[in-house]
Design a protein around this ligand. Sequence first.
Ligand SMILES: CC(C)(COP(=O)(O)OP(=O)(O)OC[C@H]1O[C@@H](n2cnc3c(N)ncnc32)[C@H](O)[C@@H]1OP(=O)(O)O)[C@@H](O)C(=O)NCCC(=O)NCCS
Length: 171
Amino acid sequence: MVKIFDANDEILRELSRILLKILEDKNGEIYQENVAKFGIPEEYARKAFFEENLLKLQNSGKAKFYLAMGDDGKTIMGFAQTIIRNEDTVELDRIVVFPEFTRKGIGTKLLQYALEETEKRGFKKVIVNAGKNEVHARKFYEKNGFEKIEEYTVHAPWGKKLDLVSYQYSF
Ligand SMILES: CC(C)(COP(=O)(O)OP(=O)(O)OC[C@H]1O[C@@H](n2cnc3c(N)ncnc32)[C@H](O)[C@@H]1OP(=O)(O)O)[C@@H](O)C(=O)NCCC(=O)NCCS
């Protein structure tokens, strides 16, 4: 069983520790699929998960973090992060289920929770960007009711060209 809830500062500190540890494993699935594949410099990826940066984001009031936790109340299985883009729109910035817990419906529960919470806050839509070749992520969003809006290419701040697809979920 899994419990989904809004992260507090203590959980974010723990999440930061876990994410920074995961990034140390350069051959691991998370590093390969989410960092190496997009050419993200290691320091750039690490910085995003520094405790102070996660806390700053959450406490800015613009971002929300949602956690998936095991029954034991200790095992973090995944998380989702949203950020307000404008008065109508929230972006799903990240959703990650750690590899040992994927394909058990946890991502869907996290996403549904994030959508419900966002709707309760009065927003009209959620957008998300996926890599054009990220077949698993695209399937995941499509299965969960997101509609494809457009394909486009961006130049990432670290100088790489990224082919992306944007999706939208409307309430
Ligand atoms: C994308 C992700 C969050 C999905 O989490 P999950 O807990 O495995 O998802 P679910 O078990 O709820 O899957 C729901 C549906 O999504 C699709 N899906 C999920 N993973 C898939 C995969 N590897 N290949 C194909 N389809 C997949 C399937 O349609 C699945 O339904 P099914 O299992 O009945 O076939 C997870 O794979 C992940 O964290 N990946 C690494 C990070 C990432 O890519 N995040 C998204 C981009 S930021």
